[in-house]
Design a protein around this ligand. Structure first.
Ligand code: SDX
Length: 364
């Protein structure tokens, strides 16, 4: 097998590092397929529990027949770890605190471990956000749908159907997305047979970065700093002059508009209290796309998933500091499915590198 020489500076762009039956990201056509279903068949029409079943089928011999009930039970089980939420964790960012609580769960490779890991970002984020606001955690209701229970645990009161449907749409839309950085990190760890818990911790850690899952929070900061559509051009040009990246724009794979952007924008429209905010965001988006075209004519920098994610999660009353945690609530299904796929057929992931450092002074 000849090693394909890559200097690594291009972030392995275009390098095929795995075969998968889980999802395909067609960057040229702006199309996302998840296990044979296009995104528009799934977003807004499927609950998160259904996409979990779709992604997990064939990868767990012990997959529960009733996924919603199994996920409800898992929320109750992991809630026991919330008592470990001590003052030390309250000073951390929500994703650091959620990661620390997730690390307390027993590692392993079976469906029971997987369902606890599915539940963990949801249960722990709601508890951390409430604790950091000085409020007691709210115990899960295993009989509720996952999205509805997340909002209830976060707020301490039931959410409307429109809100639960909007969160379900978000969780489904971000559940899996090819070999993105956090999924690749999860597969690498899974390939060593470290366990699903270790793989999910790797995924959470990679997702935390602002170039990946850490972008939606800063989108809100950008919108709030711009304030009015008439300020958009000046603010955006100043940011680009500083060499800043516009959060919510650009993508390693999509060279056209990310299909998830419009799926999430549609969900924001269901939350009708947001029309003014949505129109303002659309004006900022139009200005950003125009200026990116002017400044980077040779690059196709389009709106990615994070721009309308920010509006949706803001509308659902998640604090911007917890937006990446909500991303993890959805993507954990993909990390787990890819980890199981890696275990099923893959070998230890161990690429080569080319040594370009100094040679020893005298021959050994
Ligand atoms: C996600 O991979 C996935 O599938 C990820 C994801 C998923 O579901 O898992 O889709 C989720 O991570 C979405 C992306 C969220 N991140 C952001 O919104 C942060 C802002 N975006 C960028 O930092 C950037 O677009 C990346 C990191 C997303 C992709 O960057 P690449 O492919 O590494 O491209 P690059 O950094 O080499 O940039 C190429 C050029 C550069 O300019 P020049 O070298 O031509 O001078 O485009 C410019 C960059 O400066 N550029 C931007 C920009 N993105 C790229 N300039 C301003 N604002 C931006 N957002």
């Amino acid at each position: 097998m000849t090693a394909q020489l890559i200097d690594g500076s291009d972030g392995l762009e275009g390098v095929v590092a795995a075969q998968t039956v889980l999802s395909e990201v067609d960057g040229a056509a702006g199309r996302l397929i998840i296990r044979g279903h296009s995104l528009d068949e799934l977003a807004g029409r499927t609950r998160y529990e259904d996409i979990v079943a779709l992604l997990f089928t064939g990868f767990f011999e012990d997959l529960p027949a009733d996924v919603p009930a199994a996920l409800g039970r898992a929320r109750v089980e992991v809630f026991q770890e919330v008592s470990a939420l001590d003052t030390g964790l309250l000073d951390r960012t929500p994703i650091e605190a959620m990661r620390a609580l997730t690390a307390r769960l027993a590692d392993g490779d079976d469906a029971e471990v997987a369902f606890r890991l599915l539940a963990a970002p949801a249960v722990f984020t709601a508890a951390v956000v409430r604790a950091q606001a000085g409020e007691a955690p709210v115990a899960p209701d295993p009989a509720m749908g996952h999205a509805a229970d997340i909002l209830r645990m976060l707020r301490g009161r039931p959410a409307s159907k429109a809100e639960a449907d909007a969160l379900d749409t978000y969780l489904v839309t971000v559940a899996d997305h090819g070999l993105n950085a956090s999924t690749f990190a999860a597969r690498v760890v899974a390939s060593t047979r470290a366990g699903l818990g270790s793989a999910v911790l790797a995924g959470i850690s990679a997702l935390k970065g602002p170039l990946h899952g850490g972008a939606p929070g800063p989108v809100i900061e950008m919108l709030d700093e711009i304030g009015t559509p008439s300020n958009a051009r000046a603010w955006i040009e100043a940011a680009l002059d500083r060499g800043d990246r516009l959060m919510g724009f650009g993508h390693r794979v999509y060279k056209v508009r990310d299909p998830r952007a419009d799926a999430l924008k549609a969900a924001v429209r269901w939350l009708d209290a947001r029309q003014g905010r949505l129109e303002f965001a659309e004006a900022v988006e139009a200005a950003a796309l125009a200026i990116l075209r002017e400044r980077k004519p040779n690059r196709s920098l389009q709106t990615n998933v994070e721009f309308y994610t920010a509006l949706l999660l803001e509308a659902l009353a998640f604090p911007p500091s917890a937006f990446t945690c909500v991303f993890a609530m959805g993507r954990v299904a993909g990390w787990l499915a890819h980890s199981r796929e890696q275990l099923a057929g893959g070998r230890l992931i161990r690429p080569a590198s080319v040594y370009v450092g100094p040679t020893p002074k005298k021959a050994a």
